[in-house]
Design a protein around this ligand. Structure first.
Ligand code: IP8
Length: 248
């Protein structure tokens, strides 16, 4: 049965300007889309931090680069992400989706060079048993740095390649990868297709902006669709909203 990995950006399911506030309409639409996907195949959901994780991460000075060994701070970030994860799980359960949490802090780690190690046994077995695993951006133990932030996008790359996803969706508030005129680029098959708009290299992109994201998605063995909330139903229907990134 086909496998879809769908990332729901934090800006889609939360109100980014209000600390720890769920965007109820955004979450409802996203949960409807996951329920539809789960009816026809296997699906893994990943959600971002929005006004839950990022707010606490900033307060405790933790980023994907800067770590912390303050367990209280690490827990504050993780606990906020668990509260958002609960809201996502509840919305899915309300739609009859057998959603279960997978918390990256307790499942994986980062090596000293920053590479992510995410054992997949829990996620894979949940899928085999008919559940929908729901992961989230999180704090994660990082060799030599205490704990750092792992973004939902990094989790998507690990999950999609490790589980052999057939399709990947990244739903955020941007309608796709934009060219220099602000128009959506329909298809990217090589970094050069988007290099002008993305600044030609990802050297300015230390925290994982669009250029880094495109490079990672080009390396996946599956097409990755980058779209906004208005593209959710088209993605569910198997269409290609926004930008499709298809590496060779
Ligand atoms: O919103 C970040 O995940 P993202 C999660 O996918 C935290 O970058 C804890 C800030």
């Amino acid at each position: 049965m086909s496998l879809v990995v769908l990332k729901l950006g934090g800006s889609v399911v939360t109100d980014k300007d209000e600390p720890e506030t769920v965007d109820e309409a955004g979450l409802a639409a996203a949960a409807d889309a996951v329920a539809a996907l789960a009816e026809s195949g296997r699906v893994v959901v990943v959600h971002g931090g929005g006004s839950f994780g990022h707010h606490h991460a900033a307060e405790h000075g933790v980023s994907s680069e800067s770590g912390s060994d303050d367990a209280r701070g690490v827990r504050a970030i993780h606990d906020a992400m668990k509260r958002l994860n609960d809201a996502v799980l509840d919305a899915l359960a309300d739609r009859g989706v057998a959603a279960l949490p997978v918390h990256p802090l307790s499942a994986g780690a980062r090596e000293a060079d920053g590479s992510l190690s995410l054992p997949l046994a829990a996620t894979e077995t949940m899928l085999d048993e008919g559940f929908v695993p729901v992961l989230h951006g999180d704090v994660i133990a990082h060799a030599g740095k205490g704990a750092t932030i792992v973004s939902g996008d990094d989790l998507v790359v690990s999950l999609a390649s490790g589980l052999g996803a057939d399709r990947v969706g990244l739903c955020s508030t941007v309608p796709g990868v934009l060219d220099a005129d602000g128009d959506v680029i329909p298809e990217i098959t090589a970094f050069a297709d988007a290099a002008d708009a993305l600044g030609g290299s990802d050297s300015t992109d230390v925290t994982g902006g669009m250029a880094a994201k495109v490079r990672k998605l080009l390396a996946l063995g599956a097409p990755a669709h980058v779209f906004g909330p208005e593209g959710l139903s088209a993605f569910v229907a198997g269409e290609s909203p926004g930008t499709v990134i298809r590496g060779e």
